[in-house]
Write a protein that binds this ligand. Structure first.
Ligand SMILES: [Zn+2]
Length: 232
């Protein structure tokens, strides 16, 4: 049976350390999408109302140990909106990130999440990735609110954002569903600081760990299981 849970978190921020500990505590897998050219950079995001949240990136030296047992995937080298990029720049951003992350992890990094707010891809972006790179899948940020596997892995729409108000009820629905299915949650770990909701994050992970009959796997493991292709 293919009943899978998969998680995907973007930007390679230092809050991933705390999240990785929680994932390990609950025996869960996750895919972390990283901008290799930004590793080690300091940063801060300022939100409406003036709330400031650290957007500091993890250091390149800690990448392989921090994400050991999880999957590292491409999020482009520098996080541009790919819609605004030439084909050449798209390839430099995607392939450059894949090569650098493969060096740092020691395995071929061939998964991806498109960077930036929706819409963050178009036909040119997707077909460039499909035609000229080895990238096997690319995640969007369009919620499906369902548990179907993607028809096109280069336009892989997740079930929901992890802090969606429906997340807990989606997990309940998924737990009751019989047969194959995929529950896919994504987000950024700095959002748990922004909304001061690490408690909720942990409760969601605990709930995921208790879904009977479902296996929590990385994005690439979902891809491999569905397509029968073995890449890592
Ligand atoms: Zn991002």
């Amino acid at each position: 049976m293919k009943k899978f849970i998969t998680l995907s978190f973007d930007d390679g921020v230092t809050q991933d350390r705390r999240f990785a500990e929680l994932l390990r505590k609950y025996g869960l897998k996750c895919t972390f999408n990283v901008n290799s050219a930004l590793l080690g950079r300091d940063g801060e995001l300022i939100f409406e109302g003036g709330k400031r949240v650290s957007h500091k990136k993890i250091a390149p030296e800690e990448l392989s140990s921090l994400y050991d047992g999880f999957e590292v995937a491409v999020h482009t080298r520098t996080h541009p909106l790919l819609l605004n990029c030439s084909v050449r720049r798209i390839l430099e951003e995607v392939i450059g990130d894949s090569v650098k992350l493969s060096e740092l992890t020691g395995y071929p990094v061939l998964g991806m999440a498109y960077p930036g707010a929706h819409p963050n891809y178009d036909r040119l972006v997707t077909e460039t990735v499909r035609t000229y790179t080895n990238i096997r899948y690319a995640r969007t940020i369009v919620s499906t609110y369902h548990f179907e596997f993607p028809e096109d892995f280069l336009l892989w729409n997740p079930t929901a954002h992890i802090l969606d108000e429906k997340t807990e009820s989606l997990i309940d629905r998924f737990a009751k569903d019989e047969g194959d299915g995929l529950l896919y949650l994504w987000g950024h770990t700095y959002e748990f600081d922004l909304h001061d909701c690490w408690d909720r994050a942990e409760k969601i992970l605990e709930k995921l760990s208790k879904v009977e009959g479902a296996q929590c796997v990385t994005n690439m493991q979902v891809f491999e299981s569905v397509t029968g292709e073995k890449k890592q």
